[in-house]
Write a protein that binds this ligand. Structure first.
Ligand SMILES: Nc1ncnc2c1ncn2[C@@H]1O[C@H](COP(=O)(O)OP(=O)(O)OP(=O)(O)O)[C@@H](O)[C@H]1O
Ligand SMILES: [Mg+2]
Length: 367
């Protein structure tokens, strides 16, 4: 069983401070949905409103189509997992998992059987008698997930559950969490400030800044077609150029900067925005010795070369003295430029986009 979660113009005020600002989103039943954004942007506040620990100052939250106003946290079909897992150290693993069932009066034999079933689900079969202290970080994480699943929630709310783990384990647990979500088909609302996590695990991602939803889309779209400058610079790397939009033809425009005028695509609302910039991802910028027809070109001097194994990252100085970054896959044959070499940084107008610094109003955020 899984349920959708609807936020309808939801805001949260703490005194005069607005932590969540008019968020509207329809999270589908069985979806893995992530809220992604920097520290303090309101992610945890959204989760606390969905779970019922705080009430929205404005707007409405529904779960499975049911209005949640007046419904207490323990009556909601949700389970919450924090970064701090709060497992009970003196109980064996299986009792930790079955704790919620004991509270509900389920008898011991049934609890033990259910715990074993959940241990298999999270890939820890037979670990029921172990003590919490005997488990690794990732195993504890899985026990916490099994414990949350034991009470059969329709919606799992996860607040940065992997942030305490080391990098390797975190990457392993991404796949693990995703697999558990697909196996159970429970709706996952996942919160993170880690773009890699959000992109790798989610069906859709909602990017937040200052309490506002900036873009809601599938991961590829977030990365390939960011809605505004905030999303473009928060998710992945970019070379960013200040300037102004000159002549426009169709969906392309001339973008005038102090180091030249470049042809680029016009992003959503960019023409109407008070301020817009040009964004070029490092993987779309190449260093060459001669101009290429139809491509933008900036004369640069190679400042630094980092050989990363599977790719090569090159920093180069533009005529204004600013560092630009170009990244190339290492196909084993690419020639690596040397420091001080004078080259051209070229990029395809189709791969360069002019974006508004911020989207003034994103009323079409639900979907
Ligand atoms: N109870 C509260 N009273 C006053 N301000 C609060 C309260 N809870 C949160 N805030 C403020 O609201 C803003 C959003 O907080 P929130 O915890 O939702 O951020 P977050 O996106 O989860 O950040 P992080 O990634 O650091 O966990 C912050 O500026 C925070 O200081
Ligand atoms: Mg938080």
């Amino acid at each position: 069983m899984s349920a959708g979660v609807d936020l309808d113009s939801v805001s949260a005020n703490f005194g005069s401070f607005r932590a969540v600002d008019c968020v509207t989103i329809h999270i589908r039943p069985g979806e893995f949905f992530s809220f992604l954004g920097p520290s303090g942007c309101g992610k945890t506040t959204i989760l606390r409103m969905i779970s019922g620990f705080i009430n929205p100052s404005e707007g409405k939250i529904s779960i499975g189509g049911q209005d949640m106003r007046g419904i207490r946290p323990n009556q909601r079909p949700t389970a919450l997992i924090f970064q701090n897992l709060a497992l009970f150290p003196l109980m064996p693993v299986w009792e930790n998992i079955a704790f919620g069932l004991e509270v509900r009066g389920v008898d011991r034999k049934e609890r033990r059987a259910k715990a074993e079933e959940l241990l298999r689900l999270v890939d820890l079969p037979g670990a029921g008698e172990k003590s919490i202290a005997q488990l690794s970080g990732g195993q504890k994480q899985r026990v916490a997930i099994a414990r949350a699943l034991a009470v059969e929630p329709q919606v799992m709310l996860l607040d940065e559950p992997l942030s305490a783990l080391d990098l390797k384990l975190r990457q392993h647990m991404r796949a693990e969490l995703r697999a558990i979500q697909k196996r159970t088909n429970v709706t996952f609302v996942y919160i993170t400030h880690d773009q890699g996590e959000a992109l790798a695990m989610s069906d859709r991602v909602g990017v937040m800044s200052h309490g506002k939803l900036q873009q809601v889309a599938v991961p590829q779209e977030i990365y390939n077609s960011p809605a505004n400058g905030f999303v473009a610079s928060f998710v992945g790397e970019n070379n960013i150029f200040s300037g102004r939009i000159g002549s426009v033809s169709g969906n392309a425009a001339q973008f005038e900067t102090t180091i030249g005028t470049f042809k680029a695509m016009v992003g959503p609302n960019a023409e109407r925005a008070a301020s817009a910039k040009l964004y070029v991802r490092p993987e779309h910028a190449r260093l060459v010795s001669q101009r290429i027809n139809g491509e933008n070109a900036i004369p640069v001097e190679v400042a630094d070369v980092a050989f990363e194994g599977n790719f090569i990252s090159i920093q180069a100085r533009d005529p204004g003295g600013r560092i630009l970054v170009s990244e190339a896959r290492n196909d084993g044959q690419a020639s690596v430029p040397s420091r001080g070499e004078k080259l051209l940084m070229v990029f395809d107008p189709q791969r360069a986009v002019i974006l508004a610094d911020e989207t003034p109003m994103l009323s079409a955020a639900s979907g």
